[in-house]
Design a binder for this molecule. Structure first.
Ligand SMILES: [Zn+2]
Length: 400
């Protein structure tokens, strides 16, 4: 402190040394005047001059600062304008995206509605839900965490709808897959190959009619989930229709000769011969019944068979009823399972009144026993399938 006060005193002494009393002689018109300029007066003048200088400097500085500030503000305004323009561009882009997303969502919803209608009719709810099938169809969680919180509100709303749509489609896929799996196992128990049935239906090869109402693979562009759903629906459709087409109903209310299919000695020649069906002996005129829903495709005579009726059940499955004494149906008629189509008789190569019953799969005779003796579990799945496919199966028997 003492050094500071010492320094201050020295500085003051130095300043005081600058201002000293001066005496000035002024001679005007012969008179000599004597002006005295004191140190105090000099100091006052210097102080005033200093203050004026300081005021000028302050004003100049204020103007400068003001200018600097306003240029900063201008920069800020420009920055804000640029940000607003960028935001506008972003919003325009969002608007395009939102419109595009909304169009996508609508297209997907249309597809879901179409599937719901064509596969499940007017039932309001998804049938075959996890509760009914016992399958572990766990609903997919809503992916709300995946929704960008920076999106504008309308885009977030669409993203939420999209997430719900995906969850719905995942639940539908689980339900449809569970149904398809049940049908697959039932079809396999009947001795048919589910994979080849689905393959040949997908390839659209002749014989089995194509149940799919639309172009397979169309849903692929709506996303992976939709492609999977389309595949599962197609599979379910083919397998359930096959089950419905299975001739598991008794073709006559009489006992069958269970050992009659296969090689046996011909009743006329005694030589070994292939017997391609099952025989049901009974009184002449006994009602002959369609073993499954389908369409009558032949009514008339065939060499050796006598009077014959053939019913196409779709999926490449056909039943033939032979040695009849009369017909109660016509070609083109849609018949239900158990509906009478003819009367038992002994026409053609027959040794007595009986029904010769044949099942043909894609043109080749197969043993009808495995269908007629289908177990309760298979019949249950078949009944479920018939309930869904329902009236369609009776009306759209086949396309041969
Ligand atoms: Zn026979």
């Amino acid at each position: 402190m003492s050094s500071l006060s010492t320094g201050l005193r020295q500085w003051r002494e130095r300043v005081s040394a600058l201002f000293q009393d001066h005496e000035i002689f002024v001679r005007t018109h012969g008179h000599v005047r004597f002006l005295r300029v004191s140190a105090v007066w000099q100091k006052r003048v210097a102080l005033i001059a200093g203050l004026v200088l300081l005021a000028w400097a302050g004003a100049t500085l204020a103007v400068l600062v003001n200018q600097l500030l306003s240029s900063g503000e201008r920069a800020e305004v420009a920055q804000k304008q640029a940000a607003a323009a960028a935001a506008e561009a972003r919003i325009a882009k969002y608007r395009d995206r939102v419109a595009e997303t909304a169009a996508d969502l609508e297209e997907r919803q249309n597809q879901l509605d179409e599937w719901q209608k064509s596969y499940f009719g007017d039932e309001p709810a998804i049938p075959g839900e996890a509760a009914a099938t016992g399958a572990e169809a766990k609903p997919a969680p809503l992916k709300t965490s995946a929704i960008d919180p920076n999106l504008p509100p309308e885009a977030q709303a669409l993203a939420r709808i999209e997430a719900r749509q995906e969850a719905f489609s995942a639940r539908l896929l689980a339900a449809v897959s569970a149904r398809a799996a049940k049908a697959e196992s039932a079809v396999a128990k009947l001795g048919l190959d589910p994979a080849s049935l689905v393959r040949s239906a997908a390839a659209g090869r002749g014989g089995p009619f194509i149940p799919y109402r639309g172009r397979l693979g169309r849903a692929g562009e709506l996303g992976k989930g939709f492609a999977a759903l389309e595949g599962a629906l197609f599979r379910m459709e083919v397998l359930e229709r096959t089950l419905v087409a299975i001739p598991s109903g008794q073709p006559a209310n009489v006992l069958m000769l269970s050992s009659s299919y296969g090689y046996r000695s011909d009743p006329f020649t005694g030589a070994g011969a292939m017997h391609s069906g099952l025989d049901f002996p009974g009184p002449i005129g006994s009602p002959i019944l369609a073993a499954a829903p389908g369409k009558v495709v032949f009514v008339g005579q065939k060499s050796g068979y006598g009077n014959v009726v053939e019913v196409d059940h779709g999926q490449g499955i056909l039943t033939r009823y032979a040695h009849l004494s009369g017909f109660t149906t016509r070609v083109g008629s849609a018949v239900a399972a158990g509906q009478q189509i003819a009367k038992m008789g002994s026409t053609g190569r027959s040794t007595g009144s009986h029904l010769h019953f044949e099942v043909r799969l894609n043109g080749a005779a197969v043993n009808p026993r495995r269908f007629l003796e289908a177990k309760a579990d298979v019949l249950e799945v078949k009944a479920d399938a018939r309930q869904r496919v329902g009236a369609l199966a009776a009306g759209t028997g086949g396309a041969r």
